[in-house]
Design a protein around this ligand. Structure first.
Ligand SMILES: Nc1ncnc2c1ncn2[C@@H]1O[C@H](COP(=O)(O)OP(=O)(O)O)[C@@H](O)[C@H]1O
Ligand SMILES: CC(=O)N[C@@H](CCC(=O)OP(=O)(O)O)C(=O)O
Length: 316
C-alpha cells in the first residue's frame, strides 16, 4: 500500500550520501546550446540547479548557445563556419555572438533560476567579467596554423568573485566570452573550453557537460552504444580511432585538461532527459558517460582486456 511512498523515501536516502559527499564542493555545469532550444528541457535542468544549490552544493553554470548564434548569423546573412568544432569569428560574427550569449541566453538562464526559487548572478563582460585570455590558433594539416579570428582560450578566471557568490548562496552564470589580455576586446571561447577552465581554476569536484547525446557513443548513430565509464587513455584511444568527432572534440579535450588539472570527475550527459543532472549526480547508477582517472573509477568496472573503457556504470 505504501510501496510508492517507500520507493520515494529510498530515492531520498540514496541521494543523502551524495549530498553529504558533495556539500560545499563546486560542480561546474556546462549547458550546451542544443539543450536550451526547448523551454521545458531548460526548465527541468534549471530546477535541478536550484535543487543542488538549496542542498548545499556549489553549482556554477557556464553556457554556450551555438545553435542560437548560428540562427542569428543566418538571419543576418552570415554563413557560420566551423574548424575542429570552433566557429570562425570575424568582428561581425563577434557582435552577434556577444549579443546572443549576453542578451539572450544568459539573461534567460538567470531569469529562470530566479523564477524557480534560486538566486543567480550574471557574470559577463557587461557586468563582471570573470574570464580573460588570449587569441588562439589551431594546428591544421602538417602543423600549419589556422587563424580563427577573435576566438580565444581562457588564461585566467576570477575565482574570488565566483566563490563569494557561491558562498552567499547565489549561482554564478557565465557565458563563454573572455576579455582579451592584449587588446581588452572580446573573445569568443568555445563553451566546453570555457567550462573546463572554470572547473580547473575552482578545483571543482565535478564538471558536467549537458548536451544532446546520451554521452560518448561508440557508434554515433546508435544510442545503445553508450560508453558509461572512460579513462583519459580510453578517450585518447577513441579520438585516435575517429570515434570522437565534431562538437565532441572540444568536449573531450576539455575533459582531459580538467582531469589533468585535478578535477575529479567529468560527466557527459543527455540534457534532454528530464532531471538529467539529479540522475547523474545523486543516483548510484548515473545516466551518461563518466570520465575519470583509472583509480577513481570503481574497482572491477574496467574490462581486464582493455583496462581503459568500461561499459558499466562506475561510482559517481
Ligand atoms: N562519439 C560521439 N558520441 C556522441 N556524440 C558525438 C560523438 N562524436 C561526435 N559527436 C557529436 O557531438 C555532438 C555534441 O556536441 P555539440 O553539438 O557541440 O553540443 P553542445 O551544443 O551541447 O556543446 C553530438 O550531437 C554528436 O553529433
Ligand atoms: C569559438 C566557438 O566555437 N565558440 C562557440 C561559443 C558557444 C558554444 O560553444 O556553444 P555550444 O556549447 O552550444 O556549442 C560558438 O560560437 O558557437
Amino acid at each position: 500500500m505504501h510501496e510508492e511512498a517507500i520507493r520515494k523515501a529510498d530515492v531520498l536516502i540514496e541521494a543523502l550520501g551524495y549530498i553529504r559527499k558533495f556539500h560545499n564542493r563546486f560542480t561546474v555545469i556546462k549547458l550546451g546550446g542544443s539543450v536550451m532550444e526547448d523551454p521545458e528541457t531548460l526548465r527541468a535542468l534549471l530546477v535541478d540547479v536550484v535543487f543542488m544549490q538549496t542542498v548545499g552544493l556549489r553549482p556554477v553554470v557556464v553556457h554556450g548557445g551555438g545553435k542560437a548564434i548560428s540562427a542569428a548569423m543566418q538571419k543576418a546573412g552570415l554563413q557560420p563556419t566551423f574548424v575542429q568544432g570552433r566557429r570562425y569569428t570575424d568582428e561581425a560574427t563577434l557582435g552577434i555572438v556577444s549579443e546572443v550569449l549576453i542578451e539572450g541566453v544568459n539573461a534567460d538562464i538567470v531569469r529562470h533560476i530566479n523564477k524557480y526559487g534560486g538566486r543567480a548572478a550574471a557574470l559577463h563582460p557587461r557586468t563582471t567579467s570573470c574570464l580573460s585570455g588570449s587569441r588562439m590558433t589551431l594546428a591544421g594539416e602538417g602543423g600549419t596554423p589556422i587563424d580563427l579570428g577573435r576566438v580565444g582560450e581562457v588564461a585566467d578566471v576570477d575565482t574570488m568573485t565566483i566563490e563569494n557568490l557561491c558562498l552567499a548562496g547565489i549561482v554564478p552564470v557565465l557565458p563563454s566570452l573572455a576579455v582579451c589580455r592584449e587588446d581588452e576586446g572580446l573573445l569568443n571561447v568555445n563553451a566546453d573550453t570555457a567550462a573546463a577552465a572554470v572547473a580547473r581554476h575552482l578545483r571543482a569536484e565535478k564538471l558536467v557537460f549537458l548536451t544532446d547525446t546520451p554521452g560518448i557513443l561508440r557508434d554515433r548513430n546508435d544510442p545503445r552504444s553508450l560508453i558509461e565509464g572512460l579513462t583519459p587513455e580510453g578517450c585518447r584511444e577513441l579520438a585516435g580511432q575517429g570515434v570522437i568527432d565534431k562538437g565532441m572534440i572540444p568536449k573531450v579535450d576539455a575533459c582531459l585538461e580538467s582531469l589533468e588539472a585535478g578535477v575529479r570527475k567529468v560527466h557527459i550527459i543527455d540534457g534532454r532527459l528530464p532531471h538529467a543532472l539529479l540522475l547523474e549526480i545523486f543516483t548510484d547508477r548515473g545516466i551518461g558517460t563518466e570520465i575519470a582517472k583509472a583509480g577513481a573509477i570503481a574497482k572491477g568496472r574496467l574490462p581486464a582486456a582493455t583496462a581503459t573503457v568500461t561499459a558499466t556504470a562506475s561510482a559517481r
